[in-house]
Design a protein around this ligand. Structure first.
Ligand SMILES: *[C@@H]1O[C@H](CO)[C@@H](O)[C@H](O)[C@H]1NC(C)=O
Ligand SMILES: *[C@@H]1O[C@H](CO)[C@@H](O)[C@H](O)[C@H]1NC(C)=O
Length: 244
């Protein structure tokens, strides 16, 4: 990507008790670029609406879609991704909600991103497809610390790195797993990349996210680094939806 990055550096810190295991319907977070605005009824507005329609229609069937609509300066580039374990119905409803919400949260903004438990939606007038987003990043963590688990941070890092090795080699760039930490405690994890990335860029994106562990989640009972191109999550309780 050229030097004209429109999305400002936004590393955000989040304090949250991640106790509910159900798929939440509220957004986890959103970031509006606020650098360039478009006016209602403009070419960009029309292209963006076409883009949203395409994503809303196509994403639920495969869990991912990227698209670019329009020409030259007025092109709207975007993608939507559903979490690898959600059903088609939940994916559809998450993407529809994300489209409605991002319009409300970032009205007339030429670039924005919104995250939910079950999906991610991102668009921009700059073509970001295929490149790693290292600017939009959110940390979420459980404020409670672990106790009585030996080498928790190291084990969590190794666990997420193994998941990364699984994910970047898989067609969906997605992996989940669980691991016993001792006789009682089990670690549950999930990693995922947006599928516009090559497998090696997916690996790089997740490696970089995992390197944020000391900043985000040191000794925390649960943590996530959520970016525009990849994310990970770990918890001491099961949160992945098992497919029947
Ligand atoms: C774009 O619009 C938002 C919301 O109205 C405003 O806060 C922001 O300053 C505007 N940015 C520019 C570059 O005009
Ligand atoms: C967790 O550990 C950190 C660092 O030792 C400490 O500052 C914080 O207060 C602890 N949080 C809780 C909820 O006990």
């Amino acid at each position: 990507m050229s030097s004209s990055n429109l999305v400002p550096l936004s590393i955000l810190f989040f304090f949250t008790l991640l106790l509910q295991s159900a798929i939440g319907v509220d957004p986890l977070y959103h970031i509006c670029s606020s650098s360039f605005n478009y006016s209602s009824g403009s070419t960009y507005d029309k292209n963006l609406n076409t883009l949203f329609n395409q994503l809303g229609n196509k994403v639920p069937h495969t869990g991912f879609r990227q698209s670019s609509v329009g020409h030259t300066q007025e092109t709207a580039h975007g993608l939507a991704l559903c979490r690898g374990d959600v059903s088609t119905a939940d994916c559809k409803s998450c993407v529809s909600t994300a489209i409605a919400e991002i319009k409300k949260c970032c009205p007339n903004d030429k670039a924005a991103v919104i995250w939910y438990d079950a999906c991610l939606l991102r668009y921009s007038n700059v073509n970001f497809l295929g490149t790693i987003d290292s600017e939009n990043k959110v940390y979420l963590y459980n404020v409670q610390n672990v106790s009585g688990i030996e080498s928790f941070n190291g084990k969590t890092r190794d666990f997420l790195s193994r998941l990364t090795d699984k994910a970047y080699r898989s067609p969906k760039l997605f992996a989940t797993d669980e691991m016993s930490l001792n006789k009682i405690d089990k670690l549950y994890g999930l990693v995922q990349c947006t599928r516009d990335l090559s497998d090696l860029r997916c690996k790089k994106c997740l490696d970089d996210a995992i390197n944020e562990l000391p900043n985000c989640c040191d000794s925390k009972r649960g943590g996530r680094v959520i970016g525009g191109s990849c994310n990970f999550r770990y918890e001491l309780y099961p949160f992945v939806i098992s497919k029947k």
